[in-house]
Design a protein around this ligand. Structure first.
Ligand SMILES: *Cc1c(COP(=O)(O)O)cnc(C)c1O
Length: 570
């Protein structure tokens, strides 16, 4: 569709009708042609046509913002208004008198006026149209209500077919809406990402890669995967991208499989100091199949000790060094890791699962120029669908692609890849960058506020989206802290701290992350309030009355920062 608008200085207006509204449409055009630049989408005669075709076309152009407003006319106006209002971004008002025309603009900000050619005579229709066009939207309380109209209604098919699952999803939506979720690895995907992920692309088998598949019928999934690849390359300035990994763990497994043999040595960050299972933990394939060595943080500073990493690398000569972490709050020095890898004759893999969104937005340095392989999840700070991705140098491209398929996976999840494409596009927006900047400034603010209240923060603060509280000198330890915070409406996870003396089932730390509360729009003012809640709960863990009070305040705070509220069934 070519862009509109304003070929003249007159305001632009769309108009369309079926056969029943044709005569009135022609009369309205004549009456309004001096005041509006009218674009007529048909129909062109009184021959019988189907009104939904015209309604959908006009509604789509208004919904996309190509035209600010449009007029639809059929015999009674009923069919046109039903059809136009199926578009969630349309507010079509069927109007038969002037007062209603005024209200349609003033209260409902109707962007489409619907008239009945067999119901309303020409003079009245002209008066109605002028009133609708010239009455301004009142805003205020109506603004909030109109905004709610733009949200997607809850899944009608699921509600009818499987009330049990529907209700559980409804409860989960409510949980995500009404609690302060501070799990550092989670985020809210946009409604657009959720829609792509819930699409018919889930039905398609597409083993292979774009334009080289083992199945027919791949013309559209080919394009969607190519789009995801191109967008990821742009976003991260990568030479080669594979968007098929089912998860972050699968991405890591594929990298190892592409260049290592069983028994080769890998050097990664210790799980106990903030590394990930797949960086060589004994219980993971990475520790089972390979000889795994680990490095950690400095006992005093809790910062990575690069000199020690270099000593281990030079002594042990690993084939691959893995940088990246799940609970490390400081910036990672990728150039330093590159120098260590070069001196040790090792390849460098950076697992940026946690910080990919920060990297995309430029608020954490990018590992891409320094690493042979960069792996990531797409669902943590990235805000995409649950899944993984590998970025690599061109020289490793075909080995990586073969390692994913047929190496460790079969058919890719094309609906998830479609949602990845959407998320990568979103990640290029100024909105996304602002969320990532706020995620970091909120984490810093929250850590400082807790320090002011005498809580000890591992490494003394944070450069990214998360940090660990050391609860060693507090009345509650990790397990109970997680439980009572959740009772108070604050969801976080217990976490080991470096050199922890306690078992992983009840460790000395709690991990807090700011991605979700930042995505829903909270800022430093709210961080100060949240720090107060957290301190009160952890200081006085057995005070059930106070916990209930805080729960109520959390609910009020969350109500002021809605995220999916309109998805709820009631
Ligand atoms: C979360 C995470 C992963 C694993 O991602 P999954 O999708 O859960 O398999 C890998 N590496 C790091 C550093 C992570 O934080």
């Amino acid at each position: 569709m070519t862009a509109p608008l304003q070929r003249s200085s007159l305001p632009a207006l769309l108009i369309a009708s079926d056969h029943g509204g044709y005569a009135l449409k022609e009369q309205l055009k004549t009456a309004l042609s001096d005041e509006y630049e009218l674009t007529d989408l048909g129909t062109d005669s009184e021959d019988s046509v189907d009104y939904p075709v015209y309604a959908y076309r006009l509604a789509d152009m208004v919904a996309r913002g190509q035209y600010p407003r449009g007029i639809l006319i059929c015999g009674t106006g009923i069919g046109m208004s039903i059809a136009a209002n199926r578009n969630p971004l349309v507010r079509a008002a069927l109007v038969t008198d002037q007062f209603t025309a005024q209200m349609a603009s003033e209260h409902n900000n109707a962007n489409i006026l619907v008239l009945g050619g067999r119901v309303t005579d020409t003079d009245k229709a002209i008066a109605i149209t002028r009133t609708w066009l010239t009455t301004p939207f009142a805003g205020g309380r109506h603004e909030r209500r109109v905004r709610q109209l733009g949200k997607i209604p809850p899944s009608p098919h699921l509600a009818a077919a499987d009330p049990d699952v529907f209700q559980l999803i409804d409860h989960e939506t409510r949980r995500q809406e009404e609690k302060l979720i501070m799990i550092a690895s989670e985020n809210y995907a946009s409604e657009a990402v959720l829609e792509a992920q819930g699409s018919v692309m889930t039905n398609k088998y597409a083993e292979g890669y774009p334009y080289k598949r083992y199945y027919g019928g791949c013309q559209f999934v080919d394009q969607v995967e190519q789009l995801a690849i191109e967008r990821a390359k742009d976003l991260f300035q990568a030479e080669h991208v594979n968007v098929q990994p089912l998860s972050g763990s699968a991405a890591n497994m594929a990298v190892y499989l592409s260049v290592l043999k069983a028994g080769d040595t890998i050097l990664g960050m210790s799980l106990a100091h903030g590394g990930h299972l797949t960086h060589g933990a004994p219980v993971s394939f990475s520790g089972i199949l390979f000889k795994s060595l680990s490095y950690g943080v400095n006992r005093e500073t809790h910062y990575l000790d690069y000199d020690e990493i270099e000593d281990i690398a030079l002594r042990e000569r690993p084939k691959i060094i893995v940088a990246g972490a799940s609970s490390y709050s400081r910036e990672i020095d990728f150039p330093r890791f590159r120098r260590i890898a070069d001196r040790a004759g090792a390849m460098l893999m950076v697992d940026m699962a946690h910080i990919a969104g920060l990297v995309a937005a430029g608020v954490h340095p990018s590992p891409v120029p320094y690493a042979d392989f960069v792996t990531t999840t797409t669902h943590k700070t990235m805000r995409g669908p649950r899944g993984g991705m590998i970025l690599c140098r061109q020289e490793y491209a075909s080995r990586i692609d073969k390692a994913i398929f047929p190496g460790i996976q079969g058919g890719p999840l094309m609906h998830v890849i479609a949602a990845k494409a959407v998320a990568f596009q979103e990640a290029m927006s100024e909105d996304f960058k602002e969320i990532q900047r706020r995620t970091v400034s909120n984490a810093r603010c929250l850590a400082q506020e807790l320090q002011r209240r005498d809580f000890s923060i591992i490494s003394g603060g944070t450069d990214n989206h998360l940090f660990l509280i050391d609860l060693t000198s507090q009345p509650v330890k990790g397990k109970r802290a997680e439980e009572i915070l959740d009772e108070a409406g604050i969801t976080a996870n217990k976490n080991g701290i470096p050199f922890d003396q306690r078992p992983p089932t009840d460790p000395s730390g709690i991990r807090l992350g700011t991605p979700m509360i930042s995505t829903r729009g909270m800022g430093e003012k709210e961080m100060k309030v949240i720090a107060g809640f957290i301190a009160a709960v952890l200081r006085d863990p057995e005070n059930a009355v106070k916990i209930r009070e805080i729960r109520e305040k959390v609910r009020e705070l969350c109500n002021r920062f809605p995220i999916y509220r309109e998805r709820l069934s009631s």
